[in-house]
Design a protein. Structure first.
Length: 278
């Protein structure tokens, strides 16, 4: 399934699709802000081990399912927790990441967030990534660009990737070293790092993608992607003018395990460096 230019859906059409997505935005905002408050309120709980976090994920999933199905009972739901996934009966699907940065949360590192994407018949249409501790949110609507919101300072900015070349680039890589495919992330960093200006690891997909979309970094590589982690970011970066493929330069969907995310300027050069890596 492609995620490039807008296509005409069989029954919905571009204009109707935009209206249908817009009708769902208040529900998406309510879920993100309410669940964000739940994260903040429980952050200083001394029992932040994995068992406690799983219960929190269940609670956020229950909140999400209740509010989506209350207003849009035909919609499908795909959640990172996997506890309450529901098939779509109308071609519309919510993709929800209840806690992005789980290990940060467990260790008391406030680089934590929540994500929602909505797709229509497989095409990503809307994305929202919210970090409640920073009071920052990045949103993207297909064909309409990407926007950054700083609620602390009342700022709203259009997101745009940088035009830096490889020697000036900041590289982000996935630090999930204990997972299958992680060695390829390390190998990718070994090939790219010496030619770039620096490297970073954040441990949260929201930061990985928004750093590229905002022009603060130029390259993000992961070989351990999960659909709920990357769906919002794929749309965000593309709407900010960036490029997303797999490590062989092929088109990707949300099920792709390996991703190369760049400002577009460096993409082909990086693909050459990554030749043969999957």
């Amino acid at each position: 399934m492609g995620y490039g230019l807008l296509t005409v859906a069989d029954e919905i059409g571009i204009t109707a699709s935009a209206d249908i997505i817009e009708a769902r935005l208040p529900t998406a905002e309510y879920i993100l802000k309410t669940a964000g408050s739940m994260l903040v309120d429980t952050f200083h709980n001394t029992m932040r081990e994995m068992g406690y976090v799983k219960e929190l994920i269940k609670a956020i999933e229950a909140l999400s399912v209740k509010n989506v199905l209350q207003s849009f009972p035909e919609d499908g739901i795909l959640s990172a927790g996997g506890l309450q996934n529901m098939e779509s009966r109308n071609g519309l699907e919510w993709i929800i990441d209840p806690i992005d940065g789980i290990h940060n949360f467990i260790r008391g590192i406030p680089e934590v967030g929540l994500q929602i994407a909505i797709r229509s018949r497989g095409e990503l249409m809307y994305a929202s990534m919210y970090q409640p501790f920073n009071q920052e949110q990045s949103t993207a609507t297909r064909g309409m660009g990407a926007i950054y919101h700083d609620y602390r300072n009342g700022q709203e900015l259009n997101l745009r990737v940088s035009n830096r070349k490889l020697s000036e680039a900041l590289v982000i890589y996935d630090g999930s070293l204990g997972t299958s495919g992680a060695l390829n992330s390390i190998e990718a960093l070994r090939r790219i790092g010496p030619r770039a200006d620096g490297t970073r690891v954040f441990g949260i997909a929201i930061q990985d993608f928004t750093m590229i979309a905002s022009g603060r970094a130029e390259i993000f590589v992961t070989t351990v992607a999960n659909p709920e982690d990357v769906a919002p970011g794929i749309l965000l970066v593309r709407e900010a003018g960036g490029r997303v493929t797999d490590l062989a330069g092929q088109e990707v969907g949300i099920d792709s395990r390996n991703l190369l995310v760049t400002n577009g300027v460096v993409h082909d050069e990086v693909l050459t460096l990554l030749g043969g890596l999957q």
